[in-house]
Design a protein around this ligand. Structure first.
Ligand SMILES: [Zn+2]
Length: 304
């Protein structure tokens, strides 16, 4: 079947928790045996989607690895015409650096928001027990989509656990979703069958002109409840002069970009790290490259 594709330049944001090889917190954690398998699964998901999109008429695909260090996808195992961006970059789009000339974003391997019932649910870090923004849980798809909105890039497709898909649909009008159900465990999960559905659904979303760049209106009042309790919350809040009470930290932001920046500071940085951000990112990048080297060393012939 030939689809009339409307989008020719696609950005894929790729995470691991909702990808086909990750069935536990261990598998999403750096340098575990299960993580190596999860990297292979995530890489194959991306490769199959990319290959199918090119066959459907897409001309340019950029893939941004957005899990942990940003070094999980094994680039040489993805269709060579796709551009893979590993690691995190400084720039106007957090993590991504400079915006790319894409028309639409597809989210693969995603998860649900902190404090909700999805598979490995979290927003930015599992240290947050619950993130409520203007009275509702907020998921990463909202923050990421909003960060690309100033460049006119529309979120058209999302894949993750059923809870994550429900949240994406509720937040982003008309986004297409394709769920991954992991409740039966890895031994009862047929990755090939699931992937066949994933790539078809991704291609079908190329005609999804109903979604618009995601620009939710502020102001935003966020309540961040820290999993480790009030002492950790106090320490984290004081670093940045955020208000706090018990295990909760309060953020007030006039727009979603400032909210996202504040959340990044709170979750990943200290004022010292922020001052030395270039050096810090360089070290983090090395750490990620080392992990990916380790993944490659342990690959079995059946993984290739
Ligand atoms: Zn992740």
């Amino acid at each position: 079947m030939v689809m009339s594709t409307l989008f020719k330049r696609i950005l894929i944001v790729s995470d691991m928790e909702g990808s086909s090889g990750c069935f536990s917190y261990r598998a999403a954690s750096f340098m575990t045996k299960d993580w190596r398998r999860a990297c292979v699964g995530m890489t194959q998901d991306v490769h199959h989607v990319v290959k199918t999109l090119f066959a459907a008429g897409v001309e340019e695909i950029t893939v941004k690895d957005f899990h942990r260090t940003g070094y999980n996808i094994i680039p040489e195992q993805v269709h060579p015409a796709a551009r893979i961006i590993s690691g995190y970059k400084l720039g106007p789009v957090p993590g991504m650096g400079n915006p790319i000339a894409a028309e639409a974003i597809m989210f693969l391997g995603m998860h649900a928001a902190s404090g909700t019932r999805g598979f490995l649910a979290h927003t930015l870090t599992s240290r947050i027990a619950y993130l409520e923004v203007n009275g509702k849980p907020m998921s990463e798809v909202e923050l990421f989509s909003a960060s690309f909105a100033p460049y006119g890039i529309r979120p058209i497709f999302f894949s993750g656990c059923p809870v994550a898909c429900g949240q994406a649909k509720a937040a982003i009008n008309m986004i297409h979703v394709y769920p991954i159900d992991k409740r039966q465990g890895p031994q009862n999960f047929d990755a090939d069958v699931w992937r066949a559905g994933l790539k078809q659904a991704a291609v079908a979303s190329l005609t999804n002109i109903s979604t618009k760049p995601f620009t939710p209106k502020g102001p935003f009042k966020a309540v961040v409840t820290m999993r480790d309790g009030k002492h950790v919350a106090r320490k984290m809040a004081n670093r940045w002069d955020f208000r706090h009470q018990d295990a909760r930290i309060f953020l007030d932001a006039p727009d979603i970009h400032i909210l996202y920046e504040d959340l990044i500071r709170l979750c990943y940085l200290t004022p010292l790290k922020e001052k030395m951000i270039t050096f810090w990112l360089f070290m983090y990048d090395l750490w990620g490259r080392m992990g990916l080297y380790w993944v490659r060393q342990g690959l079995q012939p059946r993984d290739l």
